[in-house]
Design a protein around this ligand. Structure first.
Ligand code: GRF
Length: 202
């Protein structure tokens, strides 16, 4: 069974979706570790409540990005992690990390990429007046919110939607496609060809 490490910075509802899926026997992998780069991350509590090993590697303790990443890599290696999931992890990863876990890092982003990369993607979508937004899971490459797309889900945007109301609608879909993406990875059904991801029959 694939060993999954999850990186978080905040409230951790996507992490919770993975924890719940595992609890109900619906995850093809096992969450062995949660690392936060913020002390106060609510997601740490969620992990501890589920009996998952947690670590905090503060940005402030390692201002140099590479040192920070080396520390995280070492902890992930100690836990023999096969897949790294970025579930609301708010620090860009450098080449060191990407090389160490090449094609083994999945990110969830709250827009239909390549539209609305970066922070407050839901607010960007509302501002732009798009009729549809959604969320995307993708493998992580050197550019932000850019790697090969695994799954997407579409969410309609209404005239009255705010950044917050759209975020709530998108979040439900995030939880679903993140679990599904982790399952596809753990079942060895994802194949990357250039920038496309082929999903093999199960
Ligand atoms: C999600 O919207 C995710 O797409 C983005 O950050 C948010 C994290 O939410 N990358 P949570 O911490 O999983 O609740």
């Amino acid at each position: 069974m694939s060993r999954v490490g999850v990186l978080i910075s905040g409230r951790g509802t996507n992490l919770q979706a993975l924890i719940d899926a595992e609890k109900h026997g619906n995850l093809a992998g096992s969450i062995v570790l949660v690392i936060s780069n913020k002390n106060e991350a609510q997601g740490l509590l969620r992990a501890r409540n589920a009996g998952i090993d947690t670590r905090t590697v503060l940005n402030s303790k390692y201002p140099a990005r590479e040192e920070h990443e080396r520390e995280i890599i070492q902890i992930l290696r100690e836990h023999d992690v096969d897949l790294v999931v970025l579930a609301g992890y708010m620090r860009i990863l450098s080449d060191i990390f990407l090389k160490e876990f090449e094609n083994k890092i999945i990110n969830i982003h709250p827009s239909l990429l390549p539209s609305f990369k970066g922070i407050n993607a839901q607010g960007q979508a509302v501002e732009h007046g798009v009729r549809y937004s959604g969320c995307t899971t993708h493998f992580v490459n050197a550019d932000m919110d850019d790697g090969p797309i695994i799954l997407q889900a579409v969410v309609p945007v209404n005239f009255n939607d705010t950044s917050e109301s759209l975020a709530d609608k998108i979040l439900k879909e995030e939880h679903r496609i993140l679990v599904e993406s982790v399952n596809l990875f753990c079942q060895d059904r994802l194949e990357i060809r250039d920038r496309k991801v082929i999903i093999r029959e199960g």
